[in-house]
Design a protein around this ligand. Structure first.
Ligand code: FRU
Length: 524
């Protein structure tokens, strides 16, 4: 099988005059041996074939970003879980690697994390060749079927060849189940202050914390979650790390990510977060207990976690999420594979209207995908203005002065010749952002797919700042420098070949803007 980029896209690139870099990319892209269906994203990570869900084991080691993922290599629906594997040098172009972990007699290999055990505290490697150590949940399908409460346990595997091959620890599991049906998704990190490894996992709708000196023997220390955050569904895939306070960079604030399914503000699977303190044993939420904070208000960013061991000189916390939703992930209209990841995003803390917020924005490495650019001049926008035709890949930056705008809705519209469309915009009166995918094409595969997804504006000024990334089957909408984010997927019957600035019910005052056509990334 060979990639054939959508015809329309090739025409577009010729029309705008490909530069040398693009030509090179096109040539390289045509060597990809994956099947390109029309909804196969062109710069988001997808598995070469069959099923994918959560990102797993994300670790940066010796100049390489490792991305493992929940994978069922025999079908395009969820099934016995393996860890698929891909690597990247730049978070944009990816290389598929052989499957890293297969199910065994203890069960399927569910989600988890990985770390570089540089000091060989586990003794699983040597000081000269320290191990990469991965933690995952063993899910015993027979126990689950028989009504046992202890069918999920935590396993360990290690690699002595930079993540190429993995050896399962001989005395697995390293954490057995205390009698909790949902007991999964371990995430591990080194806690400098207590000089201990910390493992956290999701247990029903709580998070349990453990500590260890050697990554093998774990001691339970505390539990978090009661009366905090949202409890509309089961808690999954936690992650814990610290980031500098926006007003006082010397003060570190601990961020706890917790995915929850169902219970999202716009339905189904979603990721909430908590901001507070962690002393090596327990996490203290420093926000009003009744308040839930959402990392992304769209319906398609779930189970996201961050890379371990990114060097201090880089200093970023980089996140990737699974760009789907358990409400319909198994039935979306793709044939040879299912699901994509979001673009990698940098997480930061920034000030908000009422309190600090966790923001997420595309990593700067994605700028290498930019090709032709168009400046959007300042001025009054009275009607829709076409930004791009015949190329569905786009990045848009836009600043709008609300104080001088009379419009009721201002944003971006994607459409095709079949009158299918997506609108992603700000609703002035409601003071919220929204993505309307009610007319976006195929939707009958699930009655939970079609809809308008809304998200509050979380700052108090008149200048709206937008960054929008569009691929053939997704839109990622970052408002106010990542303070409000919406990620949605879509399945038009033909590519969205027209991208417009959109205004309804009045005019919009554009301060400035720029749009870029994007070229595909290389995934081989
Ligand atoms: C989240 C999740 C995890 C689990 C995995 C199974 O999407 O349900 O809790 O480990 O998927 O594939």
């Amino acid at each position: 099988m060979k990639v054939t980029l959508p015809f329309i896209f090739i025409i577009a690139l010729i029309a705008i005059g490909c530069n040398k870099k693009q030509n090179q990319k096109m040539n390289e892209a045509s060597a990809i041996t994956i099947d390109a269906e029309k909804h196969r994203p062109l710069y988001h990570f997808t598995p070469a074939k069959k099923w994918m869900n959560d990102p797993n084991g994300m670790v940066f080691y010796e100049g390489t970003y490792h991305l493992f993922y929940q994978h069922y290599p025999d079908n395009t629906v969820w099934g016995p879980m393996h860890w698929g594997h891909a690597t990247s040098k730049d978070l944009v172009n990816w290389e598929h690697q052989p499957i890293a972990l297969y199910p065994d007699s203890l069960g399927y290999i569910f989600s988890g994390g990985a770390v570089a055990d540089i000091k060989n505290t586990s003794g699983l490697g040597t000081n000269e060749n320290p191990p990469l150590v991965a933690f995952f949940t063993y899910h015993d399908p027979v126990g689950a079927e028989n009504g046992s409460d202890t069918f999920q346990t935590q396993g360990l595997a290690y690699s002595l060849d930079n993540g190429k091959s993995w050896i399962k620890y001989e005395n697995n599991p390293v954490i057995s189940n205390p009698g909790i049906r949902d007991f999964r998704d371990p995430n591990v990190f080194w806690h400098e202050a207590s000089q201990k490894w910390i493992l956290l996992l999701a247990a029903q709708d709580k998070i349990m914390f453990y500590q260890s000196e050697n990554l093998i023997n774990w001691e339970f220390t505390s539990e978090f979650g009661e009366n905090s955050g949202s409890h509309g569904g089961v808690w999954e895939c936690p992650d814990l790390f610290s980031l500098p306070h926006p007003k006082n960079p010397d003060e570190m604030v601990w961020v706890l990510l917790v995915s929850i399914n169902p219970g999202g503000p716009n339905g189904g699977s979603v990721t909430q977060y908590f901001l507070g303190d962690f002393d090596g044993k327990s996490f203290k939420n420093q926000f009003p207990k009744e308040k839930t904070l959402w990392l992304d208000y769209g319906t398609d960013n779930y189970a996201g976690v961050t890379w371990s061991d990114i060097p201090k000189e880089d200093g970023r916390r980089i996140f990737i999420g699974w760009m789907s939703n358990w409400d319909y992930a198994n039935v979306v209209p793709t044939k040879s594979w299912r699901s994509a990841m979001t673009v990698p995003r940098k997480l930061e803390l920034k000030s908000g209207k009422e309190h600090i917020l966790l923001t997420n924005e595309p990593v700067k490495e994605l700028e290498q995908l930019r090709s032709a650019s168009t400046d959007i001049e300042s001025g009054v926008l009275e009607a829709n203005r076409t930004l791009q035709t015949n190329n569905p890949l786009c990045e848009l930056h836009l600043q709008i002065d609300l104080g001088e705008s009379t419009a009721k809705k201002i944003g971006i519209k994607l459409s095709n010749d079949k009158s299918e469309k997506i609108i992603a915009a700000y609703h002035v009166e409601n003071q919220n952002y929204f993505i309307d995918r009610t007319g976006s094409g195929k939707h009958t595969f699930s009655d939970k797919f079609s809809g308008i997804h809304t998200a509050p504006r979380l700052v108090d000024n008149n200048i709206i700042e937008l960054q929008v990334l569009v691929d053939v089957a997704s839109i990622e909408f970052f408002a106010d420098e990542g303070r409000t984010v919406l990620t949605d997927i879509f399945f038009p019957t033909e590519p969205f070949n027209k991208i417009e600035l959109f205004t309804e019910g009045g005019s919009a005052k554009i301060i400035k803007g720029k749009s870029y056509t994007l070229s595909p990334s290389i995934i081989q």
